[in-house]
Ligand binder design. Structure first.
Ligand code: ADP
Ligand code: ADP
Length: 226
């Protein structure tokens, strides 16, 4: 479980998070939804210490994130973002295996894992040697998901991961991601401003406005309330 306790975060004068208290369940998809500028990216970046709070604390399974180094957290937490996620001068294989390489996995273990991941995202082995510019937007995002999952992280952070993909392919990617999640069962924190995407994917829905959580719970409960 990921737990935010009294989290405040400002950039210079601008208050991005104004007292957030929330729990996100383990092994489920929590979708953070709200208008642009409400603090969604800030929320995500606090979890893997890309930024630290001004006040309050974040706990992962009871242990404060501040007790772990940003480097350690980035190896143990997958991160998928819109578009620019892949390194352009690395092949698909090299992109996917970045974290296993940093963790100094033996070649055989890396090769086995690559095979599993290509199967999981539904890309044939012919894609291994391709460069990001040779991929469609949807294929690139699949590779981004594989890269984030490569070393079997406990948590997956996704910041508008399908935001740059056209609507038709976007719904295909959403369904594929739901199928992947049913196999891997990660604690997913998924940021979007698209309500259809949120309803489609969320086990747990967190609605934000102006740096605050205004509602949180099962989507069917929240959306039925007047
Ligand atoms: P969202 O992801 O919901 O669009 P963000 O968390 O990115 O929201 O931003 C929340 C608020 O903080 C916005 O008003 C944004 O302009 C501001 N903000 C975000 N990052 C910075 C930054 N590095 N410097 C100054 N203001 C920032
Ligand atoms: P991302 O969505 O890729 O995480 P950023 O964190 O860089 O992007 O920016 C998130 C939001 O914060 C955007 O709305 C952006 O305009 C705003 N922002 C980023 N940096 C600054 C800044 N230095 N001053 C004001 N707003 C900023």
């Amino acid at each position: 479980m990921i737990r935010f306790e009294g989290i405040h975060k400002s950039y210079d004068e601008k208050q991005a998070l104004a007292g957030v208290d929330i729990e996100l369940p383990t092994g489920k998809i929590s979708v953070i939804i709200g208008p642009s500028g409400c603090g969604k990216s800030t929320f995500l970046k606090l979890i893997n210490r890309m930024i630290d709070p001004d006040d309050g604390q974040i706990l992962i399974d009871g242990s404060p994130v501040l007790s772990r180094s940003p480097h350690q957290l980035r190896l143990g937490i997958g991160y998928v973002i819109q578009e620019i996620g892949l390194f352009p001068h690395f092949t698909v294989e090299e992109n996917i295996l970045i974290v296993p390489r940093l963790l100094k996995w033996p070649d055989r273990k890396k090769a086995e894992r690559l095979g599993e991941l290509m199967k999981l995202i539904g890309l044939s082995d012919g894609y291994r040697g391709k460069y990001p510019h040779e991929l469609s937007g949807g294929e690139a995002q699949r590779v981004g998901v594989a890269r984030a999952l490569a070393a079997d992280p406990e948590i997956l952070l996704m910041d508008e991961p399908f935001g740059a993909v056209d609507p038709l392919n976007r719904s295909v990617l959403q369904d594929e991601f739901a199928a992947i999640q049913s196999k891997v069962q990660k604690t997913v924190v998924f940021v979007t401003h698209d309500i259809d995407e949120a309803v489609r994917l969320a086990d747990h829905l967190v609605i934000m406005r102006d740096g605050k959580v205004v509602q949180a719970g099962a989507p069917e409960e929240i959306l039925q309330k007047p």
